[in-house]
Design a protein around this ligand. Structure first.
Ligand code: SAH
Length: 392
């Protein structure tokens, strides 16, 4: 391709790409100063050999994000093919001809569409363009997605803080159609509600969808769902448990949860607005017991530096949960902090069990739902851990 700008990748960077990663950091690239950020560039090694094509970022520490290792043009058709490829996985794993469900239909790097996230809530799409290059192609992606999914509306949730690292403004609004309001969708047998424009993230936490349905299988007796947000775990538990208490610190979350409970017809769920740390401690002090507990906190470790504090947080809530569980009680415990890896998370949960003097069975070890695939070679795409445990 004539006029194409080449970015040179150091040997260290080439090695990273060869091992399967798709990011190369600023210290490993030499880029011509004419680049403004957001372009598609040609990647070459120090001897001028073609490595692939990538999105170039001027502000981010991640300078290039690989799009293809092939000698192929990166044009609108290229992106249309990538979007169809992403859709094919969702059609296979979660076929939904009536479009009543929710799914992540584009998972950024994992779908070889770096910096692009698209969640579908029934007939509404919620989009994040998280880097300069996807930001610059926002309109093109909106048109391609419109043609692919025929949604009633496309919301832009570019109020994600990570955009600041890219020098991009925080913003939310409509790309197509008018504000959709709360959207109802099915998760398993449960009716949930998401507000794609006003809710947290893109409206809901879809990575836990399969874990929630699975958790419902083990629910019994008195159940407690901590960090419930819109009650998505709580409502799955409610199908088998006698009674469910759902706790979140946010009043808006509780309101969303109450609305979902009403729509799905669950009369046995109570939403409480409280700090889960305090609530768990109070329940232990009062000698309460639960038969089913879910812990799905926000990412306690946002950076590598905060991993220690995060571990203390995980330790505390898991310890309380083990203290509260009745014999045979089930704990579903999750961590979405990438900086707390699988092994470290399991160690922390084990040490909480030991401190509570509980013997615990590992029933299931789970990750993100299948519509959030990871990319082998890119550990950052594997962040969600979810353990289903049974305290004897
Ligand atoms: N379990 C939810 C997602 C949870 S996201 C689901 O499956 O959809 C994390 C939630 O924790 C957010 O709703 C946030 O409001 C809440 N939260 C954050 N800190 C909290 C605290 N200290 N106590 C209770 N809730 C908290």
């Amino acid at each position: 391709m004539s006029g194409e700008v080449a970015v040179v990748v150091s040997r260290h960077g080439v090695d990273r790409l060869r091992k399967g990663h798709v990011w190369v950091y600023r210290s490993d690239v030499r880029a011509p100063s004419e680049l403004r950020g957001g372009e598609v560039v040609r990647l070459e090694d120090e001897r001028g050999h073609f490595l692939g094509r990538a999105f170039y970022g001027k502000t981010s520490q991640i300078s290039v994000r690989l799009l293809t290792r092939e000698e192929e043009p990166v044009d609108e058709e290229f992106f249309a093919r990538r979007l169809s490829g992403a859709k094919a996985l969702r059609d296979a794993t979660w076929p939904d001809p009536e479009r009543r469900r929710a799914a992540r239909v584009v998972h950024g790097e994992s779908d070889l569409l770096p910096g692009l996230i698209v969640d579908r809530y029934a007939d509404v799409l919620s989009v994040q363009t998280l880097i300069e290059a996807t930001e610059a192609r926002r309109e093109m992606f909106a048109s391609l997605l419109e043609a692919q999914w025929s949604p009633r509306a496309i919301v832009e949730r570019n109020d994600a803080k990570v955009r600041a690292h890219e020098g991009l403004p925080l913003r939310k609004g409509m790309l197509r159609g008018s504000p959709p309001g709360p959207v109802e969708f099915l998760e398993g047998e449960v009716r949930l509600v998401a507000d794609p424009l006003e809710g947290q993230k893109t409206g809901a936490f879809l990575d836990q969808a399969e874990n929630r349905i699975e958790a419902g299988r083990y629910a019994h007796g008195r159940a407690l769902d901590c960090f419930t947000y819109g009650g998505a775990f709580a409502l799955q538990l409610a199908r088998r448990a006698e009674r469910v208490l759902a706790v979140d610190i946010s009043e808006d979350a509780a309101a969303l949860g109450r609305e979902a409970a009403r729509r799905t017809g669950a009369g046995n769920v109570e939403f409480l607005v409280a700090n889960a740390f305090d609530y768990l401690k109070d329940q232990v002090d009062e000698g309460e017991q639960f038969d089913t507990i879910v812990l799905d906190p926000p990412a306690f470790a946002k950076t590598r530096g905060s991993a220690d504090a995060a571990l203390r947080g995980y330790k505390e809530i898991n310890l309380r949960a083990f203290q509260l569980l009745s014999p045979g009680g089930v704990l579903v415990t999750a961590s979405c902090s990438f900086h707390v890896g699988e092994a470290l998370f399991e160690e922390t949960v084990l040490s909480a069990a030991a401190d509570a003097q509980r013997t615990v069975q590992l029933v299931e070890k789970r990750g993100a739902a299948r519509d959030h695939p990871a990319l082998l070679g890119v550990p950052e795409t594997r962040y969600l851990k979810c353990l289903i445990l049974r305290a004897l």
